[in-house]
Design a protein around this ligand. Sequence first.
Ligand code: XUL
Ligand code: CO
Length: 436
Amino acid sequence: MYFPDIPVIKYEGPKSENPLAFKYYDPDRVIMGKTMKEHLPFAMAWWHNLCAAGTDMFGRDTADKSFGCEKGTMEHAHAKVDAGFEFMQKLGVGLFCFHDVDIVPEADDINETNRRLDEISDHILEKEKETGIKCLWGTANLFGNPRYMNGAGSSNSADVYCFAAAQVKKAIDVTVKLGGRHYLFWGGREGYETLLNTDVKFEQENIAALMRMAVEYGRRQGIKGDFYIEPKPKEPTKHQYDFDAATAIGFLRQYGLDKDFKLNIEANHATLAGHTFQHDLRISAMNGMLGSIDANQGDYLLGWDTDEFPYDVYETTMCMYEVLKYGGLTGGFNFDAKNRRPSYTPEDQFYAYILAMDAYALGLINAAKLIEDGRIDRFIEERYASYKTGIGAKIRSGEATLEELADYAGKLGAPALPGSGRQEYLESVVNQVLFG
Ligand code: XUL
Ligand code: CO
């Protein structure tokens, strides 16, 4: 046991003061016809939870994630598997996400790295069978190694491009072996630092080609779900090509990848792009492209990806509002989040997941209440009522011509002002539903 002092985390309700209990996440509670557990397929991010130990630009690790072993060894990699499964089991988290190099230390020779991946995935598979926990998605880390300084699919070096392809191929194999339904591309360094040295069109064509090859191979190997792009506007590069949901959707359509790909929307990436989290969820959902979510939050005062555990219940509420309206996710809610550096103990890791799972449970409860209340839906319905009949209906049906609309306008004199947006009223409805 790696967390001997931590019990299985149970639901104790909102009055409980036990820090090691859920206050809102009650897995079997039914909301709008499904249990909370079904609505909220939570996933653990291997990299933050089992690897990252607090190192930042200004200081070294604060947390001990050695799990009693020397880091960088296969012994350590195996210990992480056991610790990770114990962690997920104690919290009732049923899924995990991984990069290839999160689960094994990378060797100089890719053949040796692949051998290590075979060894570790045997162990993970065994734990999956024992616990029922599964892989949500896998991915290859195509940004950490210096060879990827200019990107992977977007690299100026064809040899580096091939190396990326080799990593993607193996990461797909491991994902399929672990029962993962989905495969993810986060464009780690797929972007540029300056246009003075960059052929954007050339690079984007190459990225699309790599993705097309991955789909072609992945479908043959057994990726049954979706391929994902995870948009992010900047960091590590000054400009990332998968800037936001709208940009990623345009890219996927341009290169004919939109049937196989959906989006994995990360809250902190959406806010870095200057959007709300809800905005990128809405854009994905309305295009039928919402696949999965990296459930974290950023800090509006900081201009980088702080990857905090979700705490802001307004944000989780609006997220779950979009998800419920969409009919749920075929992916999951991956906590791509890390403890703040001074919260360095194993208990802090559990507190973080309890916070996050409770924040999403609250979001779900609130979003269902907003939908059941119906005032927001009714308001929106009425707001566009002028398109239901007459000239409005004609516009919607696509039968109107510009001349006809101009004639119509000419007879109107000045149109009446459109109905009030009633923003403050609607915000007060939200607060009443949440706190009333
Ligand atoms: C980086 C990020 C990644 C992806 C997976 O900002 O979010 O961890 O989720 O590569
Ligand atoms: Co992410």
